[in-house]
Design a protein around this ligand. Structure first.
Ligand code: PMP
Length: 364
């Protein structure tokens, strides 16, 4: 590593970045890592070999730039998402973080405002501020739900350029009703993004915000392959919106931003969506087991439609986090007083977490 000779204070950093802290979920090599809502199941062997075959073909052409419009991948996402979507309504990036960054670059930026109901995904303020936009946090009920009327009133008051609605919400797991999204859209002048990163873990019969896209050109629905698809390391996120919205994102993306290898891997993974998503039911089962066991232990888990559970009733979150760490279990202190968040792992990992928690203390 190079010698650090300058602190940030010594560098001509943008004033609006001074004092910010980078994203920093700990990456510790512990046996049980349930801290960043990954899918802890490895991808099945038969899918891995299909992906390798696709990459083997793509590698022969890496002397050339990749398809800038990632056509095959967009067609794959359009088919996967259904809802009558066409390929020209799809966008993708290196993780949904990059897709969100493209939205903030196109519709945020200096002098503009981005808004979301706190607590919500910790990267929203950072991505917004990275483009020079101001982040304004809205408020939720004490149980983290939002009603359509309150949501619309807050949006009218702030009048944001970009609104980020996380459905279900990270870090709380809270579902978001479509009528809240509709009310926010009606009340807003700006762009409304529904981040459905964890959508595949929601009840099957729940309607996705994709069903609201028709006739709403300022609405976008983002998804990721990092969670249900067990593809976090490949870095593939995507969104669906009006084709005109997609044209705006083309203005800010770097040319050829999705590598030929990423495109090949994602196309092959999508082709195997049924097998890739085979783990979802089991993860949902472990999530519900976590909720039931935490209740039995005297904690207060919040309703979750995702692959993680936020639980209250933790007397000293830092101490509990550390004691779990010392037992080889990594979970997340998301900074909400009295709370910790844990990802649903395999049955064995989930058991290890629950046993470790039961062994250290009782809830407050
Ligand atoms: N949205 C939400 C709500 C998330 O929790 C995450 C990752 N934790 C992301 C987006 C970004 O994920 P990725 O860039 O891996 O697609």
């Amino acid at each position: 590593m190079g010698r650090v000779t300058a602190s940030l204070d010594d560098l001509p950093l943008r004033d609006d970045l001074r004092g910010l802290t980078p994203y920093g979920a700990p990456q510790a090599p512990l046996p049980i890592a349930l801290n960043v809502n990954e899918n802890t199941h490895p991808i099945p062997d038969e899918v891995a070999s299909d992906i390798l075959d696709e990459i083997a073909v793509a590698i022969r052409d890496v002397n050339r730039y990749p398809d800038r419009e990632f056509t095959a991948l967009r067609e794959g996402f359009a088919e996967y998402l259904g809802h009558g979507l066409q390929a020209d309504q799809i966008w993708a990036g290196n993780g949904s973080n990059e897709v969100l960054q493209h939205i903030l670059q196109a519709f945020g930026g200096p002098g503009r405002t981005a808004f979301g109901f706190a607590p919500t995904y910790s990267m929203y303020p950072l991505i917004a501020q990275g483009t020079g936009a101001r982040w304004v946090p809205g408020v939720r009920q004490p149980d983290y739900t939002i009603t359509p009327d309150e949501a619309a009133a807050q949006v009218r008051e702030v009048d944001p350029d970009v609104i980020l609605l996380c459905s279900p919400n990270n870090p709380t797991g809270t579902p978001l009703d479509l009528d809240v999204i509709e009310a926010v859209y009606e009340a807003a002048r700006g762009i409304v993004v529904v981040d459905e990163a964890y959508w595949e873990f929601a009840p099957r019969e729940a309607p996705s915000a994709l069903s609201l896209l028709e006739g709403r050109p300022r609405l976008a629905v983002s998804r990721t392959m990092s969670k249900a698809f067990a593809f976090a390391g490949a870095r593939v996120g995507y969104l669906a919106a009006d084709a005109g919205f997609i044209d705006a994102l083309r203005l800010v993306r770097l040319p050829y931003h999705l590598s030929a290898l990423t495109q090949a891997a994602a196309v092959a993974a999508l082709r195997n969506a049924d097998v890739m998503l085979g783990m979802v039911d089991e993860i949902v089962e472990q999530r519900d087991r976590i909720t039931a066991t935490l209740e039995a232990l005297g904690y207060s888990p919040h309703e979750s439609w995702s692959n993680f559970v936020l639980f209250g009733g933790v007397a000293d979150p830092k101490a509990t986090w550390q004691r779990l760490y010392d037992r080889g279990v990594l979970i997340r202190d998301v900074g909400i007083p009295g709370h910790l968040r844990v990802t649903a792992g395999t049955e064995a990992e989930t058991t290890a977490f629950l046993d470790a928690l039961a062994s250290i203390e009782s809830a407050s």
